[in-house]
Design a protein around this ligand. Structure first.
Ligand SMILES: C[S@@+](CC[C@H](N)C(=O)[O-])C[C@H]1O[C@@H](n2cnc3c(N)ncnc32)[C@H](O)[C@@H]1O
Length: 280
């Protein structure tokens, strides 16, 4: 297993990030929906609106933000910042290497907190609570939290079902398969999966990658992104919709939930939340 497990998986991803695709990265349709849900939060500030981006996701940083928007990106991985971060082409923007659990912002100072797939990379329910509480703390009363999340079905599919769909040519992309395998191996009452188990299950189901590439038409370079999980001592979380809403409820209220139309979009809803204020 790797030392420094939290950062190791991102060090490995950072070298191959351009090979990762939807649904792990947001589509143009996701971008449009996220901007539409964010817009009401950006009309209140007399001066600059402050947008916090959780991570360095280029598809969020590079959105066409209104002119008076200042972007603050927070990511704890120096490797992801070095290889994926790029400042906005027009708006003032900066990145800091910090954890979302402790953002360097005062209370009620941000208009919007936005993130893509951020909660899946948090390893346990306590991290969910801490990041939700921290997001609610930094948001103004008129602020919004907009998140695309990876949500597993209330009834898990079996690996046999997933395998049968691959053999029938019914899974369109390797990244969709990766998420379906990950979600299928989480026991019913649990939230998380060890990423090394996603890798091991994939290896067991598909020992011949060249054959898989030939049968499906998926590029080997996309299939090989699974190796970022090999022997990584970190966990990913995929809550069901009911589990996620229960975790979120003490900190934020749901304003809206939308989804796109791409493969697996039903498991990638975009939430718009408003913060619930707790007296301090
Ligand atoms: C935004 S998430 C998910 C990837 C996303 N779907 C995308 O397209 O960019 C990935 C990023 O989160 C960062 N990260 C994970 N947990 C974090 C935490 N607790 N605090 C700050 N950054 C974190 C990782 O370093 C990585 O750069």
């Amino acid at each position: 297993m790797q030392k420094d497990p939290i950062h190791a998986v991102w060090r490995s991803h950072s070298t191959k990030w351009s090979r990762v695709g939807s649904p792990l990265r947001p589509t143009k349709e996701d971008q449009r929906i996220m901007m539409m849900l964010s817009t009401p939060a950006l009309s209140h500030s007399k001066e600059n609106s402050v947008v916090v981006v959780l991570g360095v996701t280029p598809e969020l940083v590079q959105l066409s933000w209104p002119k008076n928007t200042r972007l603050l990106a927070f990511d704890h991985s120096a490797d992801m910042i070095a290889s994926v971060w790029s400042p906005h082409s027009r708006n003032p923007s900066s990145v800091q290497q910090v954890s979302w659990q402790k953002m360097p912002l005062s209370d009620q100072s941000a208009d919007l907190v936005i993130g893509d797939g951020c909660f899946t990379v948090l390893p346990c329910a306590d991290d969910y609570r801490n990041v939700l509480a921290e997001s609610a703390r930094v948001l103004k009363r008129t602020g919004l939290l907009v998140l695309r999340c990876f949500i597993r079905p209330e009834r898990s599919e079996s690996l046999e079902e997933v395998l049968a769909e691959v053999l029938a040519g019914q899974i369109g992309s390797f990244h969709a398969l990766k998420w379906r395998v990950a979600m299928a191996i989480i026991p019913d009452e649990e939230l998380s999966v060890a990423v090394t188990d996603i890798h091991a299950t994939f290896e067991r189901l598909f020992p011949d990658r060249d054959q898989l590439a030939k049968n499906t038409g998926w590029p080997r370079t996309a299939i090989d992104t699974i190796d970022a999980y090999h022997e990584m001592d970190t966990r990913y979380t995929f809550p069901t919709m009911s589990a996620f809403r229960k975790l979120a409820l003490p900190f934020v209220n749901v304003v809206d939930i939308r989804q796109g139309h791409y493969e697996l979009a039903e498991r990638c809803p975009i939430f718009c939340f408003k913060p619930i204020y707790s007296p301090r």
